[in-house]
Ligand binder design. Structure first.
Ligand SMILES: [Zn+2]
Ligand SMILES: [Zn+2]
Length: 245
């Protein structure tokens, strides 16, 4: 239905924005599905009637809320059981996060009915896999640290990086028990070696300077050199972002 090869949908979540990306040529993919407080599928159906594969940066509640509306879900092998067996963060903690800041929820949304999505993934992603949409190709980059199966998606032709929760201009989270600050740093180093002209992050501003990757790497390096890169050390503030470990 659409003549636009690339669309971007952005949902307000109060203090943050969860960005959702949508690319289409012969096939369509949707990278993450947001909170699940509204029916994202209606938005997608207004853009295309092509079959949609949901490609997941990672299994955190604010990235999988709308997975329930789709039949084909891709997730990294390290987090397939978070989706299909048990999500590691309690529902009450998730509800608290959802409601902690004012948010313009749809009128029919009721927090009492909110559930963390659980389901069986149809596609298992691995580092280096190619997601082929016809004349657009994305490479899966396993970038653990924020979560064990976190992935970024890199489009070599356009040098775009879909960075999920690895790179954004906000508070980078590596404080949950399931996070690993050292791996987070190594993942930033991994994508630092790529040529990147545009970053499409999972939260906050959508237009950010690509040099933020170098700044985040430098920040992690300085924390490591000072012996601070260990969980429980709190929030460290830098010019364009924070690191919570
Ligand atoms: Zn996350
Ligand atoms: Zn997130």
């Amino acid at each position: 239905m659409t003549t636009t090869p690339f669309q971007l949908v952005n949902i307000c979540t109060g203090k943050k924005h969860t960005a959702i990306y949508y690319a289409v040529l012969k096939k369509a993919i949707l990278i993450d599905t947001g909170l699940g407080v509204a029916n994202i599928k209606k938005v997608i159906e207004s853009l295309t009637l092509l079959p949609v594969t949901v490609v997941t940066t990672h299994i955190h509640w604010d990235h999988i809320g709308g997975h329930k509306y789709f039949n084909t879900i891709a997730v990294h092998e390290a987090e397939k059981e978070w989706l299909s067996v048990k999500f590691p963060i309690p529902l009450q903690v998730v509800k608290g996060n959802l409601m902690c800041k004012p948010c313009d929820f749809p009128l029919d949304f009721k927090i009492d009915n909110y559930q963390i999505y659980q389901g069986i993934p149809q596609v298992i992603l691995h580092d280096g896999d190619c997601i082929d949409l016809g004349n657009r190709k994305l490479i899966v980059l396993h970038t653990p640290g924020h979560s064990p199966g976190h992935c970024c998606f890199y489009e070599p032709k356009r040098t775009y990086l879909f960075s999920g929760d690895l790179i954004y201009s906000g508070c980078l989270d590596a404080f949950y028990p399931t996070t690993d600050p050292q791996l987070f740093w190594q993942s930033v180093r991994k994508i630092q070696s790529l040529e990147i002209s545009k970053i499409l992050p999972g939260h906050h501003q959508l237009s950010i300077d690509t040099n933020i990757i170098n700044k985040i790497e430098t920040a992690f390096r300085s924390l490591s050199e000072k012996g601070d890169l260990e969980q429980g050390n709190g929030i460290f503030t830098f010019a364009d972002f924070q690191i919570h470990i």
